[in-house]
Design a protein around this ligand. Sequence first.
Ligand SMILES: Cc1cc2nc3c(=O)[nH]c(=O)nc-3n(C[C@H](O)[C@H](O)[C@H](O)COP(=O)(O)OP(=O)(O)OC[C@H]3O[C@@H](n4cnc5c(N)ncnc54)[C@H](O)[C@@H]3O)c2cc1C
Length: 398
Amino acid sequence: MNLEFTPEENAFRAEVRAFIEANHPKHLEGMGNREDMSPEDMTAWHKILGKKGWSAPAWPTEYGGTGWDSTQRYIWSEENARVGTFMPLPFGISMVAPVIYSFGNDEQKKRHLPGILSGDVWWCQGYSEPGAGSDLASLKTTAVRDGDHYVLNGQKTWTTLAQYADWGFFLCRTDPDAPKPQQGISFILVDMKTPGIEVKPIKLIDGGYEVNETWLTDVRVPVENLVGVENQGWTYAKFLLAHERSGIAGVARSKRGVEKLREIAANETLDGAPLMQDLDFARKVSQLEIDLAALEITELRTLAGEQAGKGPGPESSILKIKGTEIQQRLTELTLEAVGSYGTPMYGSITDAGSNEYPIGPDYAQHSAATYFNMRKTSIYGGSNEIQRNIITKMILGL
Ligand SMILES: Cc1cc2nc3c(=O)[nH]c(=O)nc-3n(C[C@H](O)[C@H](O)[C@H](O)COP(=O)(O)OP(=O)(O)OC[C@H]3O[C@@H](n4cnc5c(N)ncnc54)[C@H](O)[C@@H]3O)c2cc1C
């Protein structure tokens, strides 16, 4: 494994850095995953990248991918992390699109891929149900054929940002009598404006509105919105989950986060001295950096393997577990560093018309909300316990 970048790769880095500096909206720098971002803010960078042809680096070039190799994609994520861009949401670009271009028909590719690339069409994921999360195959939402339509009934939950979605991809049971629960599931694309769809907010502890309950009552969906073969949806669902998991490690963003944490801890004081000089705090930051360096090497090794033609395989579960644990520790330490400035809830202050002012330094304002929000990372994309089960079976062979 060669960890040095080649002159061509360094030139590529200079090119993407210059593009980001010239084109990324300055007011969005470092917004990260803020609970008060508007939908326009969330799609702004995606739309700029869409015009440049850089919104979907991992797609095959025939559908609009950049043709970058995995090292170039790694450099791309590092350069975006450097300024804290808000990357295209995963639901279109890295979840449903690979399913559509791999298993969809020509009509579906023509209809859906351009809007996903440009960032003009917002997608949501209708997989989980109140009784079907880790055990997704037990899902109960039904799609019953009625002439040239399916009629959908059921309840999905945790549907991220469905309040803005134009389209959703839903897993529905089309054969309730199939011998195994994994059989008899279909993958259906649904226009979110179809009558019978009700999206109800779930308020989160960080004060944000990110997830929803999605109720489906007699929702009529044209049969041509079925992807692939009826009752084979489980195959496409698993294919999509592998895409969802890759990328959750977020090494480049955590590296930038540690740099910021060091800046905060150099500014904050404990007993009159910079917090960074406190041995206990410094030890925790160093341990985090060591774990992050180990994760980075693991990710680079995976990339080197990909370059040599090996798929990411079950090691993506290691990246997911370690990456999300590090993200959570990073936000814990940031909250610890800002101390009591982290306690005010800023949801109402950022509302239009509020005349209150935030207390303390800028970096403290969203530290508690971010800390709470990041608890989700060990749950979504398949919980970390489930990833450990995968490692036990697929890597350790137990
Ligand atoms: C912020 C957020 C956003 C999400 N967005 C979406 C979305 O857009 N669309 C969507 O469809 N879903 C979404 N999800 C749902 C997510 O995929 C599920 O929460 C996740 O799969 C876990 O399912 P569950 O919540 O039903 O927990 P459960 O499956 O009920 O699990 C509860 C606990 O038991 C553990 N557990 C369960 N089974 C096992 C086992 N076999 N071995 C060991 N431990 C086990 C789990 O690890 C967990 O700790 C989101 C979740 C969150 C938190």
